[in-house]
Design a protein around this ligand. Structure first.
Ligand code: SIN
Length: 305
């Protein structure tokens, strides 16, 4: 049966009906890929998948990203598949979940590493009574609606993406030792300000309020006014789609041309649980400080702690 694709918003997003993600024919997979390139965010309602079937579906779009043990998230990783993790506010051993506040600022996933994931997949397992929504914003539109002059000025620029630059509640909760490990293992990365999508050839803005701290070769003070403008411009309502989750929804998005935001619009005493996978893409960035980058590469060769 061919899939049905229904748009969900002007900016981006489409619902896909008629696909059982646990067994996809090559032609259906191709149709899903084409819809993903066109709509950036796809929603598959009512999927009945095991954890491993969800991971296997994600893997059809690329190799799964595996987070190093230094991230301190091993308890959230599925032992049967290290590329599969749980994003939840459920306590583990009476400790607040370390993934409880993931994604609370607009971002493209892990743009602070040189080889950031091109796509991310979430599978909804548990939801609060109301809320727990995720928003998405089309970064092709963000780029294409800038003036010709600003587009030309931005095209050659690079910006610094820094995981510790986001100052959110998860970063503030890190101990000094954890900050030192993150600084060593995820040193600031330079990424192009305008990212050219390898498949569509379209240009998208690739900066985010979560982790972009300055333009390369400029100070934070010099960069701030233009970055502030871009952060606001890039998430205006006409570019966005807000997903209201149902249990068993699978949602996939393209980090090359869409940003997202996990809204804290729910009662934190109620449980919200998502399975999450990401697929790796090409190397688009490089470490800002070559020595820090070399030290990081060397650390990568050591066995996981
Ligand atoms: C994320 O930012 O990857 C998580 C998004 C969400 O939980 O809605």
């Amino acid at each position: 049966m061919p899939i049905e694709v229904h748009r969900l918003a002007h900016g981006l997003g489409a619902e896909v009906l008629g696909a059982d993600l646990s067994r996809l024919e090559p032609a259906t997979l191709e149709a899903i890929h084409a819809a993903w390139m066109q709509h950036l965010v796809l929603v598959f309602p009512g999927q009945q998948l095991t954890n491993l079937e969800f991971a296997a579906f994600s893997e059809r779009f690329g190799a799964l990203e595996v987070l190093g043990s230094y991230q301190g998230l091993d308890e959230y990783v599925d032992p049967a598949c290290r590329g599969l993790m749980t994003v939840t506010n459920r306590e583990i051993a009476n400790e607040p979940s370390r993934t409880r506040a993931v994604g609370r600022k607009w971002h493209a996933d892990r743009s602070f590493v040189p080889q950031a994931p091109i796509g991310t997949f979430l599978y909804c397992r548990e939801l609060p009574d109301v809320g727990g929504d995720t928003m998405f914003a089309n970064q092709y539109l963000a780029y294409e609606t800038l003036s010709e002059g600003l587009r030309a000025a931005l095209d050659p620029l690079w910006a610094v993406h820094d995981v510790l630059g986001r100052h959110d509640s998860l970063v503030k909760a890190l101990s000094p030792e954890q900050v030192a490990i993150k600084r060593r293992m995820d040193p600031p990365t330079a990424q192009p300000v305008v990212r050219v999508h390898e498949v569509t050839g379209r240009r998208a803005l690739y900066v985010s309020e979560a982790v972009t701290t300055r333009f390369v070769d400029m100070t934070e003070d010099e960069s701030r006014p233009l970055l502030r403008f871009l952060f606001q411009h890039s998430v205006q309502p006409t570019f966005t789609y807000r997903h209201r989750w149902h249990v068993d929804d699978v949602v996939m998005w393209d980090n090359r041309c869409a940003m997202h935001l996990a809204l804290a619009d729910f009662d934190p005493r109620q449980i919200r649980t998502m399975l999450r996978t990401s697929v790796v893409g090409p190397v688009t960035g490089h470490f800002v400080d070559a020595a820090a980058g070399a030290a990081r590469e060397a650390a990568n060769e050591l066995p996981a702690a």
